[in-house]
Design a protein around this ligand. Sequence first.
Ligand code: HEC
Ligand code: HEC
Ligand code: HEC
Length: 185
Amino acid sequence: MFGSTGQKIVRAAGALTKRAPLLIAGFSVAVLCFILLNAAMVPVSKSEYCGGQCHEMNIAYRTWELSPHGANRNGLRTECIDCHLPPKDRYFAHIADKAYQGGKDIYKHYFGDEYDMGTMRARVLARMPNQRCLYCHDALLDKPGSSAARIAHTTALAEPEAQENRCVECHPGVGHERQSKLFSP
Ligand code: HEC
Ligand code: HEC
Ligand code: HEC
């Protein structure tokens, strides 16, 4: 009744119908994993988790809470991950970096050498991209700021690649302090 192409199509359709439950199951598992991953990300993305769990992060955490990024008159909180990870709307970059950094931090906590703040500071400072800051501070020149700031920022934004024009070059201690004298242990 069918030509050979017709038979092939019928056979393929049959095979597909047989596998349909498998495909649906596979797809459902993928969706479920996606939902679980996102749910699992919520608690481990909180600043309280990032900073409160281990002694290495404690000074950063406790002083961040008192800093303009942790507490300001607008009630807008800049979380650890806002500065230390790619933005959440770059989903895969965010997740991948989170997994890598989180894994590394946990490994170093248990198996690494004594935490060396100086080395870590230098490493973070060398890598912190302007883009991280500009994600929120995108209207630097529009705001009526001090003239010192205006001059510095006009220069900085004109030539953002230059080492001396990086945000953290002039604002190195912007996220938190490095000593515990601001709070009692
Ligand atoms: C506004 C941006 C910003 C925020 C928010 C921020 N950081 Fe940082 N962080 C930096 C910069 C810049 C450095 C490198 C310079 C320095 O250490 O001061 C740094 C360095 C660090 C370091 C390495 C040096 C050290 O102090 O031990 C750790 C650990 C750290 N941050 C953890 C955290 C944690 C935990 C939070 C949240 C409680 C947080 N950061 C929030 C910008 C930020
Ligand atoms: C998630 C948004 C966000 C990110 C990311 C962010 N900031 Fe901010 N920043 C804020 C908010 C909100 C304030 C408080 C503004 C206020 O008090 O009016 C602030 C305040 C500041 C101030 C003024 C602090 C003071 O002492 O008054 C500086 C300087 C600053 N940020 C620099 C940076 C730099 C440099 C980076 C990148 C390492 C950065 N910020 C990343 C939101 C952000
Ligand atoms: C060449 C040095 C320099 C660079 C580079 C620089 N800033 Fe500033 N920034 C200043 C000075 C100076 C002030 C004024 C400080 C004050 O008034 O206490 C300032 C103030 C600020 C403030 C406080 C609000 C305001 O506008 O007065 C924010 C926010 C800020 N800078 C964000 C940034 C960001 C984001 C970058 C990177 C794109 C950056 N700065 C790069 C020198 C610099």
